[in-house]
Design a protein around this ligand. Structure first.
Ligand code: ATP
Length: 717
């Protein structure tokens, strides 16, 4: 398309062909179709042109000779020929024939007539149409005879003139034709150039169109992308609008709340102002209160000091009371007759028939301490001789006395342990007299014996003392002395009755404390733990012997409760630092001993099976060990009394034979003038045991009558 102006410019200089109407070119080429038509037209022409070139001489001749109707001119031509022959002397063969007097070939000119559309110049000279010539020939014929040869000559002359004119015209036209052809050739070349250019343009346009299509596709894609983006943007916008709506709602709500808060703030500010006024009043009041508080604190400190001093006095008085009571005391307890006692040898016996003659002369006394046992001794003649024995102890408990009542009497001794004294409580009596019942008790809470109650009491007292600035650590051990060998009742089952672990007794003279090596020591954090320890001890004994009671009757069991305390001070309120601690330390030890049966045993047998199913030899050894340890206990107590008397009378120190048995050696620090000792004498209520009861009562009286000095704190620092 861009080349079209060039086309116009190319043709423009040439301009319309003015030399002849037949070869005139269009003054302007405005469209490609016109160019195409032109090119087609020109492309057709080479054939005509070639034919024309080939046939040109012939056509010229034919145009001059054959294209015109020769018949009407034949006479004239003949005449002319004749005339010429005449004029030339009659040699027709040598004379050239005149060219036929015809007009130039009309079709060659008219063929291009449609292409000279728009040409304005008509042909300058146009030969007369053949019809005029014919008319003239006809007129000549008509005048034939009149005009004769002149007319023909004239006509020939005219024709010759015409011929000359035609030749001249022909030359002009030929020149024009040649020029037109040259021009045409140029135009063709130009057109070929144009065609190439058009092809290039086509290609270029195709490329451009493809590029444009690509661009267009890209644009379409871009448009799609943009549309997608736009859609997303619209969605975002929609969301944002929703958000904005929500935000507006929230803002609205927030504003409402702000207004509410503002109202509240103003209200609070008013309250604040009021409170400030109150605070100022309170601050003034607080200042006064602080002043009073400081005074109260000083008073409190003074009172605390008084409490500490009072505590010191209390302990001193308590110790004095214990001393007045005697550092070795004896309680006598008679067990009730049991259902099992009434069915002896398969016979049902009445309690009265079974009961020993025991009386309690002072049942209404505040602290009954007398017991009467009437024994009957067979006489040589007559009825048995009856003899009444009256004994006095620190306290006597009749069969109906409960565990609680019994414990009330030893409560103060437990207090002494917490205060840092060594205490020894042991139960003495024949087998079945109620020693284990007294020390351990039954399964119910009311039936709980001295051991669980003592542990509970220790925890209770330790708790009370904590309020007075003391902190305690409590631990327990439970062991058994059987055949002069110590067994750990809290150890592993396999170690209990084996010789795997050797236990030795170690004393510390400085702190007056005793330790048994390799013994299991259980830290006690609650009183209930003691029940676990008692159960464990029972299970160990059941493994060791087929008859559990038998083993417990034939061995001494010792429950050791150790307590150590430090005066750390008191905190004024929970979490506050402790103040007023003196750092005083004390440690006490409570030994609760269940002795083996004290009945006098017949050791004369040497063969066979003894009581309890043991071989005689074993039984003899066992009996000897029990007798030895019990008599050693009696000896130690007697030696302590003797020692006390010697010290009192200034006769020097006496010897106490602690080493005569494992039991006395173990209890050395708890069985001395500086400790507190309590002996339970357990008696059987049965008449059959009266003799043994009498022996036990006599032994207990000896103990009770022994003065063993004043107790001293152990482990004091
Ligand atoms: N005060 C009492 N109230 C009720 N039952 C008692 C009392 N004292 C002892 N018993 C019962 O008497 C029986 C014998 O008591 P216990 O086993 O305590 O005697 P023991 O002296 O410890 O005998 P052993 O030396 O064989 O151990 C037991 O069944 C016990 O429950």
């Amino acid at each position: 398309m861009s080349r079209l102006p060039k086309l116009r410019s190319t043709s423009s200089p040439t301009g319309p062909i003015s030399t002849g109407p037949t070869l005139g070119l269009p003054s302007t080429i405005t469209t490609r179709n016109n160019l195409k038509r032109k090119a087609d037209t020109i492309e057709e022409e080479p054939d005509d042109d070639a034919e024309y070139q080939e046939q040109r001489p012939r056509r010229k001749i034919a145009a001059l000779g054959t294209a015109r109707p020769t018949r009407p001119l034949q006479p004239a031509r003949t005449a002319a020929a004749n005339g010429a022959r005449i004029a030339s002397g009659g040699s027709s063969a040598a004379a050239p024939l005149p060219k036929p007097l015809t007009k130039p070939r009309a079709p060659a000119i008219t063929r291009t007539a449609p292409r000279i559309r728009g040409t304005s110049a008509p042909p300058t000279q146009r030969p007369k149409p053949p019809s005029a010539n014919r008319a003239r020939v006809a007129a000549g014929r008509n005048a034939g005879s009149r005009t004769g040869a002149n007319s023909i000559d004239d006509e020939i002359m005219t024709e010759q003139a015409n011929l000359a004119a035609l030749r001249s015209q022909h030359d002009t036209i030929s020149a024009q034709l040649a020029e037109s052809r040259a021009l045409d050739s140029n135009h063709r070349r130009e057109l070929i150039g144009f065609s190439d250019e058009i092809e290039q343009l086509k290609k270029k346009h195709t490329t451009e169109i493809e590029e444009l299509q690509e661009k267009m596709q890209q644009r379409v894609k871009d448009v799609e992308d943009v549309s997608d983006e736009l859609r997303l943007c619209r969605e975002d916008l929609e969301r944002e609008r929703e958000n904005a709506t929500q935000l507006r709602t929230t803002i609205g709500e927030g504003e409402t709340r702000i207004s509410e808060f503002e109202a509240r703030v103003s209200s609070l500010e008013a309250q604040n102002a009021e409170l400030r006024a109150q605070t100022e009043t309170l601050e003034a009041s607080l200042s006064d209160t602080k002043h009073h508080l400081a005074a109260s604190d000083a008073k409190l400190l003074e009172l605390k000091q008084e409490v500490v001093e009072a505590e010191f006095v209390r302990r001193k008085l308590h110790n004095m009371v214990q001393e007045l009571k005697g550092n070795i005391r004896v309680f006598c307890r008679v067990r009730p007759i049991l259902p099992a006692d009434t069915s002896s040898n398969g016979q049902r016996l009445a309690s009265e028939d079974l009961a020993a003659d025991i009386k309690y002369p002072d049942p209404d006394a505040e602290t009954p301490n007398m017991i009467q046992l009437t024994s009957s001794t067979p006489a040589f003649s007559g009825p048995p001789r009856k003899e009444t024995h009256t004994f006095t102890f620190d306290r006597v408990f009749a069969p109906q006395a409960s565990q609680v009542q019994v414990f009330e009497e030893i409560e103060l001794l437990v207090q002494s342990v917490v205060d840092g004294y060594n205490v020894c409580v042991f139960a003495y009596g024949q087998t079945g007299s109620g020693k284990s019942w007294t020390m351990e008790g039954g399964s119910g809470e009311e039936q709980a014996g001295m051991i669980p109650r003592a542990v509970e009491q220790v925890f209770r007292v330790a708790g009370e003392m904590r309020n007075r600035g003391w902190e305690y650590h409590i631990e327990g051990e439970f062991l058994e002395i059987y055949n002069e060998t110590i067994h750990d009742l809290l150890t592993k089952e396999s170690d209990y009755d084996s010789s795997k672990k050797k236990h030795e007794i170690k004393h510390d003279p400085k702190t007056r404390t005793t330790r048994v090596t390799n013994i299991t020591t259980v830290p006690l954090t609650s009183p209930s733990q003691v029940h676990t320890l008692l159960s464990l001890a029972h299970s160990r004994r059941s493994v060791a012997a087929t008859l559990v009671n038998e083993r417990s009757s034939r061995s001494h069991s010792v429950f050791i409760l150790r307590i150590s305390g430090t005066h750390v001070g008191i905190s004024s309120e929970p979490g506050a630092p402790l103040t007023g601690g003196t750092g005083e330390r004390c440690s006490g030890c409570l030994n609760l001993v269940d002795l083996a049966g004290s009945e006098r045993l017949n050791v004369s047998f040497a063969n066979g099976t003894g009581p309890g199913g043991l071989p005689e030899k074993e039984r003899v050894k066992e009996t000897q060990n029990i007798n030895k340890s019990l008599s050693a206990l009696g000896d130690v107590i007697a030696a302590l009394g003797d020692k006390y008397e010697r010290e009192k009378s200034g006769k020097g120190e006496g010897h106490v034979p602690y080493r005569n048995s494992k039991l006395t050696y173990l209890l050395q620090n708890s069985l001395s003038g500086s400790s507190k000792t309590l002996m339970f004498l357990n008696l059987s209520p049965l008449a059959v045991h009266s003799g043994e009861s009498l022996t036990s009562l006599r032994f207990a009286t000896k103990v009770n009558n022994t003065q063993i000095g004043s107790a001293k704190k152990s482990g004091k620092s």
